[in-house]
Design a protein around this ligand. Structure first.
Ligand SMILES: Nc1ncnc2c1ncn2[C@@H]1O[C@H](COP(=O)(O)OP(=O)(O)O)[C@@H](O)[C@H]1O
Ligand SMILES: [Mg+2]
Length: 422
């Protein structure tokens, strides 16, 4: 993996030009000199999932690359929070994904999800879009790439725009689950005036309603009284310009559950995030804790929790996955309450896929998967869901005969029907 010196601006161009990625096409604007104009599509609509030509299938890896230079507190644009780019992916993650997809037989083009994306996607003649773009903008930012794919009739991995928008807005996700999955009591604060009738018992946690990667969630986000809640809400409203979600603080173990699949979703594993300092129940998996994860937490996979609690967590994760119409992959965060019940915190249908730090990746690895197996599973889920790949027909030559031909489905893995024709 190419290492990028600390403090240097990051560019995926040089990294992708090296070694195994020589054949990866570059559509990313930072790939100077490699930014070939995508070829024109064939005339006529592309309505089926089948590749339109022989040869390598074309995959667009659509992402937002994390810039290398953080905004320093003394920066003139100090109003930009320091976690501005926290959700975005590193060039190392993108290079690893591109390399894997090329090994899977795709001709890979890396595209930044910016204003040039519509034109690049429209003219790229892609068979599949692998979407990891977190997007920029408001609460629908994660939905933009899937919506664009739908407009252009392109197949894409992961959840659709509705699910991505509904899960990024934590208030909306909780409302959709209400009465079906336990979730902490909450209020939405759009202006400080909304605190006038605040009636939840303390302690509470206040966090931006539609951010991710613990943006705006610091170690001091737990509030024991109205004064601290009001000042925290003021800061979050000022910094993020977004509504604040105030929730009952669930004092109990933190577990995140990885799920893959579609019709029959499957739990990849449960990651119990155990703090290495402080009172475990008071733990907040804050921005600081995520950045300094090696020192501040350890991951217990499977969780150091009773079997029945783990079973309830799995059942709740699968229920959330279905109720929110997630597709292909998602990671769902819970806190376990004093009653031993899982409380839904949020769903992440675009979980980080870093080979070294992604929570779902670490979970999968601890459960015996390789990173490659996890990513190709997500890819296959999307391919078969949309007919980009057809189920494989295996013909046993020694059993070939003219008539009768019976189709026996001998195995139905969740990704594909593998049928044997006898
Ligand atoms: N209601 C809550 N009770 C206890 N801890 C919470 C609660 N909500 C959030 N947290 C803590 O804050 C972390 C980040 O919150 P989360 O809603 O998952 O935001 P993000 O989308 O940024 O990951 C959680 O992983 C958890 O540690
Ligand atoms: Mg979270």
């Amino acid at each position: 993996m190419t290492q990028v010196p600390e403090g240097q601006p990051l560019s995926v161009g040089p990294n992708l030009r090296q070694g195994p990625l020589d054949h990866v096409e570059a559509g990313h604007p930072e790939m100077s000199g490699l930014d070939a104009e995508p070829e024109e599509p064939p005339s006529g609509p592309r309505l089926t999932g089948q590749p339109q030509r022989r040869g390598r299938r074309r995959l667009a890896l659509v992402c937002n690359v994390k810039p290398g230079v953080a905004v320093a507190p003394a920066h003139p644009a100090a109003e930009i929070p320091l976690d501005e780019n926290e959700e975005f992916d590193s060039p190392e993650t993108i290079a690893a994904l591109a390399h894997l997809f090329s090994q899977e037989g795709y001709s890979v083009t890396v595209l930044e999800a910016d204003r040039t994306l519509p034109r690049r996607l429209a003219t790229g003649n892609f068979d599949l879009v692998f979407n990891i773009a977190e997007g920029r903008g408001g609460r629908c930012r994660e939905a933009l790439v899937p919506a664009l794919c739908e407009l252009l009739g392109l197949h894409y991995t992961g959840s659709d725009p509705l699910t991505l928008a509904a899960t990024l807005d934590k208030d909306v996700a909780k409302r959709l689950l209400l009465g079906q999955v336990k979730t902490p009591a909450w209020r939405v604060v759009r202006t400080l005036a909304d605190l006038r009738d605040f009636d939840l018992p303390y302690p509470v946690i206040a966090k931006p309603n539609d951010e991710g990667s613990s943006k705006g969630i610091h170690d001091d986000c737990k509030c024991a009284d109205f004064t601290s809640l009001e000042s925290l809400c003021r800061r979050l409203l000022d910094d993020y310009g977004r509504p604040v979600l105030v929730e009952a603080f669930i004092r109990g173990p933190e577990v995140t559950v990885g799920v893959v699949g579609n019709a029959r979703p499957e739990v990849v594993g449960l990651m119990h995030v155990v703090p290495t300092q402080g009172e475990p129940g008071d733990f907040i998996y804050s921005l600081q804790a995520k950045r300094d994860f090696a020192a501040r937490v350890r991951y217990a996979i499977p969780p150091e929790l009773p079997h029945d609690v783990c079973q309830r967590l799995e059942a709740a994760a699968l229920a959330v996955f279905r109720l929110l119409d997630c597709r292909d992959v998602a990671r769902i965060d819970f806190r376990v309450g004093p009653d031993g019940e899982p409380y839904f915190i949020e769903a992440n249908p675009l979980p980080g896929l870093s080979p070294t730090t992604g929570d779902i990746v670490l979970t999968a690895k601890a459960m015996g998967w390789t990173w490659e197996a996890l990513i190709t599973r997500i890819l296959r889920e999307a391919e078969f869901r949309q007919g980009v790949l057809r189920p494989i027909l295996v013909v046993r030559p020694e059993q070939k005969r003219k008539k009768p031909r019976t189709l026996h489905v001998v195995s139905l893995p969740t990704t594909a029907a593998v049928a044997v024709v006898r």
